[in-house]
Design a protein around this ligand. Sequence first.
Ligand SMILES: CC(C)(COP(=O)(O)OP(=O)(O)OC[C@H]1O[C@@H](n2cnc3c(N)ncnc32)[C@H](O)[C@@H]1OP(=O)(O)O)[C@@H](O)C(=O)NCCC(=O)NCCS
Length: 193
Amino acid sequence: MKCDEAPLLAIFLLLKGILTSVRLQCNTLSLGSLSVGSKRMGKTLGRIWRVLAWHLPMYQMRVVMFRACGVKIGKGVYIGNLVYLDSEYPEFIEIEDEVAIAPGAIVVAHSGGSPFLARTGVFHEGPQKVLLKRGAWVGVGAIVLPGVTVEEGAIVAAGAVVSQNVPAFTIVAGNPARAVKKLEGPQNPNRVS
Ligand SMILES: CC(C)(COP(=O)(O)OP(=O)(O)OC[C@H]1O[C@@H](n2cnc3c(N)ncnc32)[C@H](O)[C@@H]1OP(=O)(O)O)[C@@H](O)C(=O)NCCC(=O)NCCS
């Protein structure tokens, strides 16, 4: 570790400690009590963590923040700055080990529609799980839509809009995203077990 990274690491460890305890408090607020007020409080805290997660200088801090928001995140995950993970339904997003999400990417898990569309019942879709499987890579500025599974080792190219599942070890690009290349699987299976 370089000397100039030491203060950042100290801040990170401090934040992690605080968040571990506050996250427990959030869970208690949203699950332990069934009152609407408590749930709102939990969501509000989640929104604050999300804003922090966009801007924190180290990706490890961003991962900690998004976990505190309720996103399920595995080990060795990279999350770039200004990544948006659905703040209304973070618990509908699961990110497996060694996934990378590049800066400015967006992962949404619901289509709420406008207040008018929701109120009149013209259009409203509830949350649908988004799953980024092990080793997947979402490029800069890409958008992953509700209900999508990005399979193991798949690549979502920069700026792609993904509305359908992405097969393993496949590159998809464009809007709507389409497969543009098939990758070879892992060269050394021992290194991915
Ligand atoms: C996908 C990517 C990795 C390129 O992979 P590659 O194996 O070199 O693929 P190629 O350049 O051979 O592209 C294959 C095809 O997809 C197209 N393509 C590649 N990236 C594309 C994109 N972002 N949008 C649209 N089309 C794209 C290429 O034009 C090519 O089309 P063609 O076969 O008609 O010529 C790269 O384009 C990309 O999007 N990188 C993301 C960068 C990033 O997010 N960096 C942040 C790091 S954290």
